[in-house]
Design a protein around this ligand. Structure first.
Ligand code: UDP
Length: 235
């Protein structure tokens, strides 16, 4: 399958048409952005690492009954996916407090939450992706009904139930992650990517951060951290 006309360019990926109108090719970029793209950088090889990591995770989730847009990995940084209509909500699932949750609510960084927290953010760069509740999501027409929001929460928790023990077995603590979903033939599919750009992983023994926080916080060794995550996933 070949890349045809470019459909879209986002912060981390480009999307191309293919000869099949129901399939698209997602090209993972080396670019890194943080803080609503106020901070920008690039790490050669990061796109290929993220493509491999996301492919492995989508395959694992599919094996566990979670429907995704993943079809196959084509090349270093190219993934063949089903074309979906993206729901403009970022679903954030959290096991341990950090990042914006700690900042907003003063919950100590590293505190284990008493239960898995699922939050919705409105996908709108010009507004800075604000946190929203169910009623906001309906008013903004992000989804057609409350049932869809319940379904997003349910799938988010299920993804966590698969990934948390999986990463635990790789000596990684899955702190939090962001999911995006799309509609395809009336079905909700997990879409976008699951990578160290969209998840937080801490080494279980040392609490070393092995994700995009290395870029956000100028900790260095960004690529080495992503390589380490891939190595552990495959190991
Ligand atoms: N996240 C993401 N894209 C975003 C915002 C957050 O992938 O636009 C991920 C982030 O990597 C983390 C989780 O969602 O794993 C929760 O992020 P948080 O709300 O703490 O935001 P941040 O501290 O990055 O502003």
């Amino acid at each position: 399958m070949e890349k045809l006309e470019q459909l879209y360019e986002g912060k981390g990926k480009k999307l191309y048409k293919t000869s099949d109108s129901k399939l698209v090719i997602s090209e993972f970029k080396d670019d890194l952005t943080a803080f609503n793209a106020k901070k920008r950088g690039s790490e050669s090889g990061k796109g290929a690492l993220n493509c491999k990591i996301s492919s492995e995770i989508f395959k694992l989730l599919e094996k566990n009954g979670i429907k995704t847009h993943y079809v196959e990995t084509l090349d270093d940084n190219l993934m063949l996916c089903k074309l979906v209509e993206i729901i403009p909500i970022e679903v954030v699932v959290r096991n341990i407090a950090t990042g914006s949750l700690s900042k907003r609510l003063g919950i100590k960084e590293g505190e284990v939450l008493p239960f898995t927290l699922v939050e919705f953010y409105y996908k709108d760069d010009s507004l800075g992706d604000p946190i929203i509740n169910d009623e906001h999501a309906l008013i903004l027409k992000c989804v057609s009904s409350l049932e869809v929001l319940d379904k997003l929460r349910e799938i988010g928790r299920k993804v966590n139930d698969v990934l948390r023990p999986f990463f635990d077995s790789k000596n990684l603590n899955l702190i939090d992650f962001k999911l995006e979903f799309g509609m395809c033939d009336g079905e909700i599919l997990l879409a976008d990517e699951i990578t160290p750009d969209s998840c937080r992983f801490w080494d279980k023994d040392t609490n070393e951060k092995l994700d995009k926080d290395r870029f956000r916080q100028d900790l260095g060794n960004v690529k080495m951290a992503y390589e380490e995550v891939l190595k552990r996933i495959l190991g």
